[in-house]
Design a protein around this ligand. Structure first.
Ligand code: 13P
Length: 249
C-alpha cells in the first residue's frame, strides 16, 4: 500500500496570524482518512506554524527553497534554515515557480539534491501547459520534466520523493482534469518511473494530483488507482473544504 497524502499549498496567501487561525481550525477538524496531511504556509509563518502543529499529526512543508547551503543570495531561504524551524518537506518545481521565476531543469535538480541531502521529503511538481496537451505533447513534456529534475537520483533517494502531477491548465482555473485524464497520466508517470528505476520504486512512490481539486470532485479523482492524493491550492485555504478533501481519500 502506498502512502496517501493530501497537502495544502497556501501559496502567497495568509499572514502569520491568519495561518495560525487556519491551523487552529484544521486541528479541530475530524480527519477520518488515514492520509498523511501536510500544509505549506509562506516562509514568514513557518516557525509559528511549526510550533502550532506540534503533536497534531499534520506535517509542515515549505513552498520553495534555494539550492545553495548558504551565502550571498539576498532574499533566499536555505534547507538549513527550514530545518531550523522544523520543516521536513519542501515543494519544488511548482508551475508558478517554473512560469514566473524561470525555474527548470538543472536548477530544480540541484534544489532536489540539496533538500534530500538535508533529509527532507520533496514534493516535486510538474505538468504540461494547455498548448502541450492540445498538440499531443503532454506525455513527452511530463517525461522530460521528470528526467531533468529527478532521474539523476540514485534509487535509494526515491524513498523521500513524492510526485505531484499538476496540469498547468487546471491550476486555479476551476477546470480540473477528468478522473480518466488524471489516471491516464499517473499510469504513464508510474510506467516511466518503472522503466527508469524498476517496479519497486514505481509502486512505492506516491503520485499526487493537483489542479482545482474541490470537495465535490475529490472522491472521483482519488478513486483512481494511480492517484495517491492531492496537492490542493485554493480549497486548502478553507478548513471545511480542505478537511472534506482529506476525507475523500
Ligand atoms: P488550485 O487547487 O487552486 O487549482 O491550485 C493547485 C495547486 O497549484 C497546488 O499546488
Amino acid at each position: 500500500m502506498r502512502t496517501k497524502i493530501v497537502a495544502g499549498n497556501w501559496k502567497m496567501n495568509l499572514n502569520q496570524r491568519e495561518s495560525l487561525e487556519l491551523i487552529d481550525a484544521l486541528k479541530k477538524s475530524k480527519f477520518t482518512s488515514s492520509a498523511q496531511v501536510i500544509v505549506a504556509p509562506n516562509f514568514t509563518a513557518l516557525s509559528a506554524c511549526s510550533e502550532a502543529l506540534q503533536g497534531s499529526g499534520i506535517g509542515l512543508s515549505a513552498q520553495n527553497m534555494h539550492q545553495s547551503e548558504s551565502g550571498a543570495f539576498t532574499g533566499e531561504v536555505s534547507a538549513h534554515m527550514l530545518e531550523g524551524v522544523g520543516v521536513s518537506t519542501v515543494i519544488l518545481g511548482h508551475s508558478e515557480r517554473r512560469e514566473y521565476f524561470r525555474e527548470a531543469g538543472a536548477l530544480l535538480a540541484a534544489k532536489v539534491d540539496t533538500a534530500l541531502k538535508h533529509g527532507m521529503q520533496v514534493i516535486f511538481c510538474f505538468g504540461e501547459l494547455l498548448a502541450d496537451r492540445e498538440s499531443g505533447q503532454h506525455f513527452d513534456v511530463v517525461k522530460s520534466q521528470l528526467k531533468e529534475g529527478l532521474f539523476h537520483l540514485p534509487e535509494d533517494a526515491w524513498k523521500n520523493v513524492v510526485l505531484s502531477y499538476e496540469p498547468v491548465w487546471a491550476i486555479g482555473t476551476g477546470k480540473t482534469a477528468s478522473p480518466e485524464q488524471a489516471q491516464e497520466m499517473h499510469a504513464f508517470i508510474r510506467k516511466t518511473l518503472a522503466n527508469a528505476y524498476g517496479t519497486e520504486v514505481a509502486e512505492r512512490c506516491p503520485i499526487l494530483y493537483g489542479g482545482s481539486v474541490k470537495p465535490d470532485n475529490a472522491v472521483l479523482i482519488f478513486s483512481k488507482p494511480d492517484v495517491d492524493g492531492g496537492l490542493i491550492g485554493g480549497a486548502a485555504l478553507d478548513a471545511i473544504d480542505f478537511s472534506a478533501i482529506v476525507n475523500a481519500i
